[in-house]
Design a protein around this ligand. Structure first.
Ligand SMILES: Cc1cc2nc3c(=O)[nH]c(=O)nc-3n(C[C@H](O)[C@H](O)[C@H](O)COP(=O)(O)OP(=O)(O)OC[C@H]3O[C@@H](n4cnc5c(N)ncnc54)[C@H](O)[C@@H]3O)c2cc1C
Length: 433
């Protein structure tokens, strides 16, 4: 059986859904298909913290985030569905030595209309109704418009909006191969539900992208950085109802309130270049790719990691006493070498577009959907995408991305029915560590 759609989106996470919804509005019934190997939201998009904020080191990303936050608030008028949200704001905690770079970020955020102001330690504690501890070597910034969403509600909204926009959704439909014509364009996909031909293809397969596109010899620079996310039950009286999101850059923790008298905690992505290199080197050897974490065996974490989170919570919010570990799971950030998104056309394949979030993209989803749909339909995306193109990783003539280990040689391995694309030096780098 073969089916044809003008556009096929691979991946039913929040980004793939957002692309399909925006395209559905433009193309109408029969125009766009969304192929998801399991069910909608079964990747990272059911395993995030639901934090929507605009502070970003990149001014363009901050501009996109501000617009996306407005869209999340007004989802009814964009996707025709309602979504509730809370706006507790975010308290950013930085070190004394990083304060200058955060002040510079505050300046570009001001130019983008994002409120982001420095607070004294006294103001920061007052903001948190005196439940947090502060330290003399820390600095504090406040983003009052930061919001929290709830995962279940987002997933429901995605389903409704896909329906409202006549997107043909194929769940349990694994893309197995990507077939290219003599000009190198993608002409069809073979899947567990047959063959799909298309005029345009959007890659929103997130952490699975590298393995999937290795099948047709394309290197996509995405690796996995594992992260433990945990929810702790605490006394309802230990923290105020409107405790701001705590984005602690010093100790590297995010904390937010969670329904049911819980605090949700996880680490942010590592910005350490060595850690990024290690993630790429290890990905080269992880033959199961993202499935290594979400597969049957899953990935485990030590009790020490959970204890570490508990100790941090008690230090930062002494009133929580001994927080009860309620649920925890190992997830991953789908990182790129510079931790930036990959958005827009792939110059190696005329009809291929990427929409990849680099481990930080729930908040951007409505805007990324519009940008990607605009590009496919040859409209103005409304943002300068230069810093987010996949081309930035190319080393020149080879038109293949350069990984953080300065790779020039790429390997495509075929093991059984599967193909894997890796940089030679990332493989060698692993053995030399
Ligand atoms: C602990 C944690 C907390 C986070 N918190 C936040 C936050 O507070 N705010 C924020 O903005 N971001 C957050 N993020 C990041 C956010 O979750 C992701 O950026 C976002 O969910 C990515 O969505 P996606 O659609 O790109 O990927 P995914 O949701 O992973 O979707 C990719 C989909 O592609 C499918 N797929 C893969 N291969 C194939 C194939 N061959 N055929 C068909 N389908 C395929 C997968 O099954 C999957 O459903 C967090 C991340 C983590 C790990």
């Amino acid at each position: 059986m073969s089916q044809h759609f003008h556009v096929v989106v691979i991946g039913g996470g929040v980004l793939g859904c957002a692309c399909a919804i925006a395209l559905g509005r433009r193309l109408g019934a029969g125009g766009v298909a969304l192929l998801e190997s399991r069910v909608i939201g079964s990747g990272l998009s059911a395993r995030h913290s639901g934090i929507v904020r605009a502070a970003n080191r990149s001014r363009m990303a901050a501009r996109m985030a501000k617009q996306a936050a407005d869209m999340w608030r007004q989802l009814q008028s964009h996707w025709g569905v309602k979504l509730t949200y809370q706006t507790p704001g975010a308290l950013w905690i930085t070190s004394e030595q990083d304060a200058a770079s955060w002040q510079a970020i505050a300046q570009h955020l001001a130019l983008e209309g994002v409120a982001f102001t420095e607070l004294s330690a006294e103001e920061a504690t007052a903001l948190c109704e005196h439940v947090i501890s502060t330290h003399p070597q820390e600095r504090y910034f406040y983003e009052p418009e930061a919001m929290i969403l709830e995962t279940g509600e987002i997933l429901t909204a995605l389903h409704q909006a896909l329906r409202n926009h006549s997107v043909a959704v194929f769940e349990h439909c694994q893309v197995e191969d990507i077939l290219r014509n003599s000009r190198g364009e993608v002409e069809a996909l073979t899947t567990s539900q047959g063959r799909f031909s298309c005029d345009y293809i959007i890659n929103a397969a997130g952490a699975w992208s590298a393995h999937l596109f290795a099948r047709c010899g394309l290197v996509i620079p995405v690796a996995l950085e594992p992260v433990l996310a945990a929810n702790f039950l605490i006394s309802h009286r230990a923290i105020p109802e409107n405790l701001p999101i705590i984005a602690d850059q010093v100790h590297r923790f995010y904390i937010r309130r969670w329904p049911g008298s819980q605090l949700h905690v996880h680490r942010p992505r590592s910005r350490d270049p060595q850690a990024i290199k290690a993630a790429f080197a290890l990905s080269a050897l992880a033959l199961e790719g993202a499935d290594q974490i979400y597969g049957v065996a899953g990935r485990t974490y030590s009790d020490d990691a959970l204890t570490h989170y508990q100790v941090y919570l008690r230090d930062r919010i002494p009133k929580v006493g001994s927080p009860i570990a309620l649920t925890s799971f190992c997830s991953f950030f789908d990182i790129t070498p510079d931790l930036g998104f990959i958005l827009g056309p792939d110059p190696r394949v005329a009809n291929l577009f990427h929409c990849l979030g680099a481990g930080q993209a729930l908040k951007y989803a409505p805007v990324f959907g519009e940008i990607t749909a605009a590009l496919v339909c040859a409209e103005d995306p409304g943002f300068d995408l230069q810093e987010f193109t996949i081309e930035r990783f190319f080393t020149g003539t080879g038109q293949q991305p350069c990984f953080p280990t300065q790779v020039e040689v790429f390997l495509v391995l075929k093991i059984g029915a599967r193909c894997y694309g890796y940089s030679l030096s990332s493989v060698l780098g692993y053995f030399h560590q």
